[in-house]
Design a protein around this ligand. Sequence first.
Ligand code: FE
Ligand code: FE
Length: 168
Amino acid sequence: MKLETLQDLFVHELKDLYSAENQLVKALPKMVKAATNEELRAGFEEHLEQTRNHVARLEQIASSVDCKLTGHRCKAMEGLIEEGSELISEDAEDAVRDAGLIGAAQRVEHYEIAGYGTARALAERLGFDEAVELLTQTLEEEKATDEKLTDLAESTINAEAAALSPAG
Ligand code: FE
Ligand code: FE
């Protein structure tokens, strides 16, 4: 697709997010399984539900601006998920793996926050009010997820990992 207008770029950003969110819907159940800490596991489960809704919001935006979202693959999310699965396959102490999973998940959130921030700015410029509203809702959920992960790391999981004695 040739990017001639700001609207073309907006659609391109939506497609990237759509691919990213769909890949995440598939990856999050593996994060749930790999997490040991109950709060972390519940957090991933909650974000899986939110992520399904992020996909639905993007579809709603696409119908409001009359565009298609298929046919593009987000390579950045593919790479972030690949790094996450490498971490999951490492032989690790539970708390240490949990700490690593938080880092992997926060990389994903930051990528999404950048993408949604960009898409919302374009929607504002283009006067797509419904899109602005829906993108804001998702952006706020991504930010809240990121903050929850920081809190969980700093309040509990990093301390649990730090308390492990080095293997003899
Ligand atoms: Fe999302
Ligand atoms: Fe991307």
